[in-house]
Design a protein around this ligand. Structure first.
Ligand SMILES: Nc1ncnc2c1ncn2[C@@H]1O[C@H](COP(=O)(O)OP(=O)(O)OP(=O)(O)O)[C@@H](O)[C@H]1O
Length: 450
């Protein structure tokens, strides 16, 4: 008997250790086979209580049945004394079966009359606490349906390695909280704002972007108003680098000339943008990386006014027209606010790509993320300092996500710059009007008619 008990205890201990090791070393299979089925049953079984607690139920008139007439049964609101009575009961939204995801589970819910997805988004934090998960995100694939995606544990605490990006002007810079890739695709979203307090991970993101773009046939240009400390390591792969405001003015003038040149090229070829040009005459896309954007706008005395106005107009024109002519902006800074002048506000309006790292004040989050869901602003302010690189991202699918960039050290960026330096086009080749593609009108006509 004692032996049997000992055997049983030993068996239980071995199973517990086995389960722990399984959970620890292969969470994915553990989650699918053990964790998820238990969670799915619990979520379905407790949905009425959870929905009621989170304010997602509606009162509906129902015929209520009591097995013992005369006894007092309570629905929580109405005391029922008869066998059948029409009473107001709390109705929960219909919930489908939960489905497992890489980092948790998701479930589709039918909204009740008068409910909108925002009602569920407001209750997301309550739902997360009720279910004991890291976060619940709400999306609505079609009217009347809401998908609640629960993340069991924060997938952004530890990230794997940066995967290679396949397509031109597309870079996988990190991971979204859903476990999916965080992708910056300049052809879909041409201009980006990358804001955040100091040490929040802005430069790391620029490194990740640079490492992804370096092997691609693109011209990279840097404007580094931190005196060049951030982008000088990229120099072998940069076609041009400006480290002062005066140099920036010249560089931006060159970029305007490139844009005018490309406009002429497209006009001659009857194309609306450079992507409609035949590959032989299509100019190289140019990505302009800017660090410390605010420095371009700060005025120490009145003598700088004209220079600032000039820079501001050039950047704004590039933001307005650059997309069609293959010139893209990635603007980083601690504050990109209206206090820097109307030029910044107008520039911000042209940048549909928004990335907000940890910020110190609510205004910066509001300025960066604009009129995105208020929950995004709350999330941006809640990013802890211990997780640099975590940001709120307005994604290409129209939703916002928490995301984290892959860690790319300065040494890696430097090595990449040297490795791909042979792909660096000389700035003179790009910047001289009429020579952006080496085209002349006759050669272009020949190419187009071929
Ligand atoms: N995704 C990440 N994963 C891990 N560590 C990161 C990540 N992003 C940034 N870090 C680390 O956080 C620190 C600050 O990052 P970074 O220099 O990019 O911040 P920053 O916002 O550019 O700061 P500053 O404005 O002061 O230059 C660095 O030590 C960097 O290695």
């Amino acid at each position: 008997m004692r032996d049997a008990l000992l055997m049983l205890l030993a068996g239980l201990a071995a199973s517990a250790v086995g389960l722990w090791a399984w959970h620890r070393y292969h969470f994915r299979s553990f989650w699918l086979i053990v964790g998820f089925p238990l969670v799915a049953v619990t979520v379905r079984a407790t949905w009425r209580k959870v929905a009621l607690g989170c304010g997602l139920t509606k009162k509906r008139q129902r015929w209520w049945f009591t097995a013992v007439p005369g006894a007092i049964a309570s629905t929580g609101l109405v005391k029922v004394r008869r066998r059948f009575q029409r009473v107001a009961v709390d109705t929960k939204p219909f919930m489908w079966l939960p489905l497992p995801t890489r980092h948790g589970w998701r479930v589709t819910v039918h909204t009740l009359e008068g409910q909108i997805p925002a009602d569920y988004a407001q209750a997301a934090e309550r739902l997360a606490h009720s279910w004991g998960v890291h976060a619940v995100r709400v999306s609505s694939p079609r009217p009347g349906r809401v998908v609640l995606a629960a993340t069991v544990r924060d997938p952004l605490v530890r990230l794997d390695h940066i995967p290679a990006s396949g397509e031109l002007l597309t870079v996988h810079v990190g991971r979204l909280e859903t476990g999916g890739l965080w992708t910056i695709d300049f052809r879909t979203v041409p201009h980006w704002i990358n804001a955040g307090a100091t040490q929040s991970g802005k430069s790391n993101l620029a490194n990740a972007l640079f490492v992804g773009l370096a092997p691609q046939p693109v011209a990279l240009v840097g404007i580094d108003l931190k005196g060049g400390v951030e982008f000088t390591p990229y120099a072998p792969r940069l076609s041009a680098l400006a480290t002062t405001r005066t140099e920036s003015v010249t560089l931006l003038d060159d970029l305007m000339a490139v844009m005018a040149d490309r406009m002429g090229l497209c006009r001659t070829a009857g194309a609306r943008n450079i992507w409609q040009l035949p590959p032989g005459v299509r100019p190289l896309p140019v990505v302009v990386l800017v660090d410390e954007l605010a420095e371009l706008y700060l005025m120490a005395d009145k003598s700088e006014k004209d220079e600032i106005a000039h820079t501001s107009t050039a950047l704004l024109r590039i933001a307005q027209l650059g997309r069609a002519f293959g010139i893209y902006l990635f603007l980083s800074g601690q504050r990109i606010g209206s206090d820097l002048g109307p030029g910044v506000t107008a520039l911000r309006a042209q940048c549909s790509g928004r990335i907000c790292h940890r910020v110190n004040d609510p205004e910066t989050a509001t300025m960066t993320l604009g009129d995105l869901d208020p929950a995004a602003l709350v999330s941006a302010r809640a990013i802890p300092a211990e997780t640099p690189g975590v940001a709120i991202v307005a994604h290409q699918d129209g939703q916002w996500y928490r995301a984290r960039s892959f860690h790319v050290s300065e040494q890696t960026a430097e090595h990449t710059a040297r490795h791909w330096s042979r792909l660096t086009p000389a700035w003179a080749e790009i910047a001289q009007p009429g020579r952006a593609t080496g085209f002349d009108e006759a050669a272009l006509s020949d190419l187009l008619s071929a």
